[in-house]
Design a protein around this ligand. Structure first.
Ligand SMILES: NC(=O)c1ccc[n+]([C@@H]2O[C@H](COP(=O)([O-])OP(=O)(O)OC[C@H]3O[C@@H](n4cnc5c(N)ncnc54)[C@H](OP(=O)(O)O)[C@@H]3O)[C@@H](O)[C@H]2O)c1
Length: 292
């Protein structure tokens, strides 16, 4: 089995994964819908560029997929699957619905390969530190094959059950992340309005009972929104919250807080914040006050 890892999707997360794989000496082949983005990642990391998902998959023992949403995943898998070799393991790291992942299992299996769902918790700086958490559903033996590749950027790999269990838990845990993001945004802007310096206020968050990893790694983005690169766009947050609402509806679960957060993110998108970072919910709130 080849040592090469294919990374399909070189967006913010995929590109960061490629850099870690290369830093660990793994041969990597990348494919991205927009070739310029793949070429830029290859130039930075020494990865090879494939001209299709099929070509990328054909050269790899492990294929990591990192795409925006369910539509992107469905659009890419037909071509990707046609390149798979027997024994290859595909890890679907995108945040997508559990049904989408389960529907992809049969074609991957028919190619003699195996599919795992392995969505990730953490963001670009967490990948860069090799401290991502991967939430895995699927076959344990397939995970053994994929694990060395995952270990280049993840410090925690949790095997949660059959295919779909990882995707389910990713939506569940993101309900908490998005609640935390909204709470931090509101609290920070309140502190500023009440006359406390932004950096001093955030320093309290990182030194107090609320100092979760998310609160710590988003410090630069919250304190310096214009000077910090976008790590996780608000349109993808809206996608997560829509998938979470779908999951909750399927199970008859009440999600009052997530519903509120979804409405507020929708307002931010309508105000032109779709391409801004998740932490820009604070900037959106500041702007609402300014225009009130
Ligand atoms: N960023 C984070 O902090 C973070 C954290 C945890 C999980 N995630 C999840 O990880 C996944 C990737 O996130 P990201 O932040 O890396 O997103 P991103 O920077 O927007 O990258 C999205 C990727 O999807 C591709 N894509 C979008 N629509 C497509 C389509 N119809 N057909 C083919 N390719 C398509 C894009 O290709 P182009 O370059 O051609 O547009 C790009 O490669 C998402 O599911 C996200 O929810 C992100």
């Amino acid at each position: 089995m080849t040592d090469t890892v294919a990374v399909v999707g070189t967006g913010n997360m995929g590109a960061a994964m490629v850099a870690r794989l290369r830093a660990h000496g793994r041969p990597v082949v990348v494919f991205n819908r927009s070739p310029d983005r793949a070429a830029a990642v290859a130039a930075r990391t020494g990865a090879e560029v494939a001209t299709s998902a099929r070509e990328a998959a054909a050269s790899a023992g492990v294929v990591l997929v990192s795409l925006a949403d369910d539509a992107a995943v469905v659009a890419v898998y037909g071509d990707l699957v046609s390149g798979l070799r027997p024994g290859t393991v595909v890890v679907e790291t995108s945040t997508v619905s559990p049904q989408t992942v389960r529907a992809l299992a049969a074609p991957v299996r028919d190619a003699g390969a195996a599919l795992l769902d392995g969505p990730v918790s953490g963001s670009v700086p967490v990948v860069e530190r090799g401290e991502l958490t991967v939430l895995v559903g699927g076959d344990a033996a397939a995970l053994d094959t994929a694990r060395p590749a995952l270990d280049t950027f993840a410090s925690t790999v949790l095997h949660l059950g059959p295919l779909g269990a990882g995707a389910t838990m990713k939506l569940v845990v993101n309900g908490v992340v998005h609640a935390l993001n909204q709470a931090v945004s509101e609290a920070l802007v309140l502190a500023e309005k009440a006359g406390v310096d932004r950096h001093a206020a955030y320093g309290v968050f990182t030194s107090s009972a609320v100092a979760a990893p998310f609160v710590r790694y988003k410090q630069a983005a919250f304190e310096d929104p214009d000077g910090t690169p976008v790590a996780f766009r608000l349109d993808l947050v809206a996608k997560d919250l829509a998938l979470l609402a779908e999951l909750a509806a399927a199970h008859g679960a009440r999600m009052d807080q997530a519903d509120t957060n979804r409405r507020l993110v929708g307002e931010a998108l309508a105000a032109g914040f779709a391409d801004r970072d998740i932490s820009a919910m604070a900037a959106f709130l500041r702007r609402s006050y300014d225009s009130a």
